[in-house]
Design a binder for this molecule. Sequence first.
Ligand SMILES: Cc1ncc(C[n+]2csc(CCOP(=O)(O)OP(=O)(O)O)c2C)c(N)n1
Length: 340
Amino acid sequence: MIDSPLETEDGRVAALESMVKLRRFEERTSNLFADGEIPGFVHLYIGQEAVAVGATSTLDSNDHITSTHRGHGHCVAMGLDPSRMFAELMAKDDGFCRGKGGSMHIADVNAGMLGANGVVGSGAPIATGAGVTKKLAGDDSVALAFYGEGAVSEGQVHEAITLGAAWDLPVIYLVEKNNYAEGMPAERIFRNTDFEDFGDAYGIPAETVDGMDVVDVYEAVSDAKQRALEGEGPSIVVAETFRYNPHSEGLDMPLPEEELEYWKDRDAIETFKDELIEQGELTAEQFEEIEDRIEAELDEAVERARNGEPPEPEQAYEDVFTEPAPDIEYHRANLGRDQL
Ligand SMILES: Cc1ncc(C[n+]2csc(CCOP(=O)(O)OP(=O)(O)O)c2C)c(N)n1
């Protein structure tokens, strides 16, 4: 998360920098995946940067988020070290999960990041659980769940919001409405795609915002956070956005060209950069400096990750259970490299 909120000039420039960093991180990830340096699946966040940055800019160090299979943007926005993220993507021991989680399972509890998650919709109940802890602890903090519109029809999301509302929990449920779940358009999943309407069913406030406008997202999430801290319970924020890449890297699943063009014309980074330059808050030269700084940081991060070692096979059962399952010791004792 960035230090200074978007209400100040410094905060706005920091938000732009953060959005650029998210995008450059993903562009590198795309190349690394294409070059065979990243195993498994990779879902990129390119296009949606204003949502992660606008929302996390409202957070303090005692707040928490939950994320999705498309979680790199949320992680970078929360300030996670890109080098350890690349290491996780490359299945190296320096990764946040010692290379055992990969792209869809990056977590850093100390940074307030409770985890990306390959199970669609699962971040909502985890955030609701965090909300229970927060309410019991009374520590004036919130939990924020990011999820896609594909998760809105999930039973666990419905149950999580119902409970959050019934117990007035300090949770924000943020729908990143990019209009496609894999290749399925929202209109084919829902009769009503105005997810803001769902707020009435749960009896909680809900608002739709322009997910390509970082300030719009920031303001709506700030309001939701304020209500949560005042004991009014959860809110839903629906951010309308778009992803530019296929559902997952390597898939031959392009989005319709006209839709891509429409959203790219409204690109969050370009629009915000132009706005800041027009308002005299940034110069083109300063923007170049920001880009150079990010490129240098990410180049170094990739190199460091590349030079790291993979985890030892003996670590396969470490950090998996809080208490070892009964047969773990047996497997640990009998596990050798040649058995993997
Ligand atoms: C419970 C569950 N069901 C199905 C899947 C397969 N799956 C992975 S991503 C995805 C689409 C998710 O769409 P959405 O929630 O809108 O997020 P987006 O990919 O658009 O960011 C599906 C169906 C899964 N991982 N988990």
